[in-house]
Design a binder for this molecule. Structure first.
Ligand SMILES: Nc1ncnc2c1ncn2[C@@H]1O[C@H](COP(=O)(O)OP(=O)(O)OP(=O)(O)O)[C@@H](O)[C@H]1O
Length: 311
C-alpha cells in the first residue's frame, strides 16, 4: 500500500433526514490529479471531511496509506487539505497564520516562506488575511496544505473565486504536484475547471459514485467516430452530409460535428458538392461535453420508463 493512496470504502452518512453519503467508494492514487466531480449536494465535501476525520461516518471507512487519519502521528506531513478557504483568523497576517500552523504541528518555520513563494503571496504575506479576496484566501489555503510537504492533497473547490489568471496558475500547480508523485484529489461542481488538469475522474451524485474512469478514456469514448468540420456554408454542408446518411449537428457559428461517416468520406462529399470548408478533423470532445453525455446517460439509465411508475 503506497503511503499516498486514499481508500474510501462504503461510506454512509445521514444528517437528520438527508442522506449525504450512500455507499461512497473509490480510490485515489499517487502521481495523478483525480477530479471529484458532481452537482452541489452530491456529497463531495462530506467525503473529504470524513477522510480527514472532521465528520464521523455512520458506516464505511476512509484510509490514507492504509490508516485512518485520526491515527496519524504527524498528519500534516502526510495529508494537506483545503476544505474551507474562509477559515482564517481575520486579524492575523497570512504569514503569521502559516507560522502559527507550522509551530502547532512541529514543522520548520523556514517552510512558511517557501510555501508563500509557491502560491505567489509574497507581496501580501504581511497583510491581514481578513482583507483578502476569496482567490487570495484560496492561495493561502493551498499554502497551508503544502506546509508539511505531504504526499496526499485534498482540495475542496480550490477554483472558487479565482480569476482567469488564477485558474491557469492553479491548473499548473495541481499538475506539478501530481508530477512530483503526489495523490491530488480536487473537487469541483464545474467540469470545465478540470480541463487539461485531471487525469482521472470520480463522478458522484446523491452520495455515491456514478463513474470512476480515466479522462483520456472518457474523452476517447465520447469523441469516437465523430468528425469536426469548419465551413463558411453550414446549411449546404449539413444537407450534403445528411443526404449521405450522416448525423450532423451545428456546434458553433461555422462548425459542425458529424457522426456516421469517416473523415475521408466527409472531405470527398464536401469536395464533390463544392461546399467550402477550411477544416475536417477527428472530433475531440471537451471535458464538459463528455461529462454532460455521461451524466445524461446515467440519468436515462436510472429513470423509470414513462407509464411504468403508476402500474
Ligand atoms: N452539517 C450538515 N448538516 C446537515 N446537512 C448537511 C451537513 N453537511 C452536509 N449536509 C447535507 O449533505 C448533503 C451533501 O452535502 P455536501 O456538502 O457533502 O455536498 P457537496 O457535493 O460538497 O456539495 P457542494 O458543492 O454544494 O459543497 C447536502 O444535502 C447537504 O445539505
Amino acid at each position: 500500500m503506497s503511503q499516498g493512496t486514499i481508500e474510501v470504502s462504503g461510506l454512509r452518512k445521514r444528517f437528520g433526514p438527508t442522506t449525504a453519503l450512500d455507499g461512497m467508494t473509490f480510490t485515489v492514487r499517487p502521481s495523478r490529479v483525480t477530479g471529484f466531480v458532481g452537482p452541489n449536494g452530491a456529497g463531495k465535501s462530506t467525503t473529504m471531511r470524513v477522510i480527514v476525520g472532521l465528520d464521523a461516518p455512520d458506516a464505511g471507512t476512509a484510509l490514507i496509506g492504509g490508516r485512518p487519519y485520526r491515527s496519524l502521528r504527524h498528519p500534516l506531513t502526510l495529508v494537506g487539505s483545503l476544505l474551507d478557504a474562509a477559515a482564517v483568523q481575520p486579524s492575523r497576517s497570512a504569514r503569521d497564520h502559516l507560522l502559527w500552523l507550522a509551530r502547532s504541528q512541529g514543522l520548520a518555520a523556514g517552510r512558511v516562506d517557501e510555501v508563500i513563494g509557491k502560491v505567489g503571496l509574497e507581496r501580501v504575506a504581511r497583510r491581514r488575511a481578513g482583507g483578502f479576496s476569496l482567490g487570495m484566501r484560496q492561495r493561502l489555503g493551498i499554502a497551508a496544505a503544502l506546509l508539511g510537504d505531504p504526499p496526499v492533497l485534498l482540495l475542496d473547490e480550490p477554483f472558487n473565486g479565482m480569476d482567469p489568471e488564477g485558474i491557469v496558475w492553479m491548473r499548473g500547480l495541481l499538475r506539478a504536484l501530481a508530477a512530483q508523485g503526489r495523490a491530488v484529489l480536487v473537487s469541483s461542481h464545474l467540469m470545465g475547471e478540470l480541463e487539461d488538469t485531471a487525469d482521472h475522474l470520480v463522478i458522484v451524485g446523491r452520495g455515491k459514485v456514478i463513474a470512476d474512469l480515466g479522462v483520456a478514456d472518457l474523452i476517447a469514448t465520447v469523441s469516437a467516430g465523430r468528425v469536426a468540420v469548419r465551413t463558411t456554408a453550414p446549411p449546404q454542408a449539413m444537407a450534403v452530409l445528411a443526404d449521405a446518411g450522416a448525423t450532423v449537428a451545428a456546434t458553433g457559428r461555422d462548425t459542425l460535428t458529424v457522426s456516421g461517416l469517416p473523415a475521408e468520406r466527409v472531405v470527398a462529399l464536401l469536395g464533390a458538392g463544392a461546399v467550402p470548408f477550411s477544416e475536417v478533423s477527428a472530433h475531440r470532445a471537451t471535458l464538459e461535453e463528455a461529462y454532460l453525455r455521461l451524466t445524461r446517460d446515467a440519468v436515462e439509465y436510472r429513470a423509470e420508463p414513462a407509464g411504468e411508475a403508476t402500474r
